[in-house]
Ligand binder design. Sequence first.
Ligand code: FES
Ligand code: FES
Length: 211
Amino acid sequence: MTDQQHPDESAENSGASRRDFLKQSSIMAAFAMTPPAAVTAVEKGLHERVATRFEQMPLRVTINGTAQQLNIEPRVTLLDLLREQLNLTGTKKGCDHGQCGACTVHVDGTRVNSCLTLAMTTEGCKVTTIEGLADGDQLHPMQEAFIKHDGFQCGYCTPGQIMSAVACIREGHADGPDEIREYMSGNICRCGAYSNIVDAIMDVKQGGQKV
Ligand code: FES
Ligand code: FES
């Protein structure tokens, strides 16, 4: 065996290295001709930050009774706005794909998966999260019922369960255990707490309290 290259092969390789050289030198030339400030800006990711700044849009929304005037990126979901910009971390991120219900909040009284809702679509709306359900120190009847019936397990998905439970009654879908299970089925709970949760919802519904 010999390491010698076929003449055609070496010509091809020298062509490739010539191309590489030309490519590299033109990149170097481009950098040399770019103003230093622009190079520094690229290095520090300023172009992205500037783009982000221009991409921000105003949003007026009332969250848990407080009118907010915000500037947000149009692509931000309601879930990320609540958790990351407003520090309302009671709303949980489970699947982030609309499949678990952990992120359920109310928009104008209707339950939505906040991970599937663009924050911009809530312009002028009233958003209620688990933090806004209680009336000061007075827990919401559904929160009381969850405590009474031990509807908590790991607790991570509980805020979403409670928000859906309230909506379930408001929507008129709490007339019996089967109906409750059907209309709570978007809230996936892996710890087998369903019977206690159903009991809590039945209790509130039968108690006739305003939810
Ligand atoms: S986090 Fe929104 S449905 Fe799972
Ligand atoms: S309460 Fe967390 S999985 Fe059910």
